[in-house]
Ligand binder design. Structure first.
Ligand code: GLA
Length: 382
């Protein structure tokens, strides 16, 4: 049974156990990796993500009243609300409530529901457990209400909820990937036109390994919004709507040195995404190596979102002959390093990274050997 089917069954069982009857709809959404293209999505640039075999499942049933009851195997505490709160509460339920809030604005019906949420996506590791939660909730609610909606519109709705209700000014990469991914492929997404193209991932001789620092630095969410504001200021200094249209030749015209560095990252990272897509299309996985390392350096120096733990893992990986490339992945300040390697080297590389990291930080990283999978799966059960 696939990971998605397992989570589907677990969500149904958890719902039955919590509420005593079957759910009205179930949706299962995957986590993601991003091969390259970090902090480019909200700059209308390019990203190259793929969904991975870690999932989150939501089973829910609509209520006749406005009450919302949430149970989860991942997050502690039952959430029981007499109605939809109009403001964020500062906990995981915000991701659920924010989506329900936007959907309520589009309909006059009462928006109460009960939901059971199950997941095998590590939280706080930069694999987009929150994007998967938003997408699965949106799809399950829409299915329960028998309201069809196009995937792109669902992704935009979830992003709007995260930006507005939750208050994180993230881009659209995570939600888009959870909805539209295809096993065996990465998605080359143009975050301006929202046009996407599937690009074949390397075959089974190669593997993707995630090395999780198990660190989540406090400043992650405030620094994220700060980086976005710096990018917007840099675009404004150039008289552009976004950094998408900027080129390296423009950099001298950005007076503020911090904004100039941020812009340099975005401009060079966009170029790296296109080069990476090209290497994949040419079936040249080894061509990704220099691109991944260059992305890490750019995120470390120009965008300043890495940390010692991530740098250590990438350096250790770079010292192994079986490794093709490695870089920090996601928003930064902790979470995972992404490593592309010869599949035959998995054990040795894990051993080397685990040992080197423990020597330095007196704790162990967590490893996830991941495989690409399809995007969302859902079913209305009534
Ligand atoms: C988080 C956000 C994404 C993206 C990445 C950085 O995962 O949710 O929209 O900006 O960070 O590339």
């Amino acid at each position: 049974m696939s990971g998605a089917h397992q989570l589907d069954e677990r969500a149904r069982a958890a719902f039955r156990q919590a509420f005593g009857y079957p759910p009205g709809a179930v949706a299962v959404a995957p986590a993601r990796i991003n091969i390259v293209g970090e902090h480019t999505d909200y700059n209308q640039g390019f990203v190259l993500p793929a969904a991975i075999d870690r999932h989150l499942g939501v089973a829910l049933r609509l209520r006749k009243d406005a009450r919302i009851i949430l149970r989860s195997d991942r997050y502690a505490a039952t959430v029981d609300l007499t109605e939809l709160p109009s403001r964020r509460q500062g906990n995981w339920a915000d991701y659920v409530v924010g989506v329900a809030d936007i959907l309520r604005q589009q309909s006059s019906a009462a928006m109460g529901f009960e939901a059971a949420i199950v997941s095998d996506i590590p939280v706080g590791s930069g694999l987009s457990s929150s994007g998967a939660l938003e997408v699965a909730v949106a799809v399950a609610l829409l299915a329960a209400r028998a309201e069809p909606m196009a995937p792109l519109q669902i992704a935009q709705l979830c992003q709007a909820s995260e930006n507005g209700f939750v208050g994180a000014r993230t881009g659209i990469m995570d939600q888009f990937t959870a909805l539209k991914a295809r096993g065996g492929n990465a998605i080359l997404l143009d975050c301006r036109s929202l046009e996407d193209d599937y690009v074949p991932l390397p075959d089974g001789r190669f593997a993707w390994l995630l090395a999780d620092t198990r660190i989540h630095h406090e400043l992650a969410s405030s620094a994220y919004n700060e980086r976005r504001a710096e990018c917007e200021a840099a675009a404004k200094a150039l008289g552009l709507a976004s950094l998408r249209d900027a080129s390296e030749g423009d950099l001298d015209r950005i007076e503020n040195p911090v904004e100039r560095s941020r812009a340099r990252h975005v401009i060079t990272e966009n170029a790296r995404v296109l080069q990476a897509a090209d290497a994949l299309r040419r079936r040249s996985p080894k061509g990704l190596g220099p691109i991944l390392y260059a992305s890490h350096e750019s995120l470390r120096l120009d965008f300043a979102v890495s940390c010692r733990e991530l740098d250590c893992l990438v350096e250790l990986a770079a010292g192994m002959p079986q490794v093709i490339g490695a870089r920090m992945m996601g928003g930064g300040f902790g979470g995972c390093a992404l490593v592309l390697l010869d599949a035959a080297g998995l054990d040795d590389v894990e051993q080397h990274l685990g040992q080197g990291y423990a020597d330095e930080f007196h704790r162990s990283p967590e490893f996830y050997r991941v495989r690409s999978v399809d995007g969302l799966m859902s079913e209305r059960t009534r």
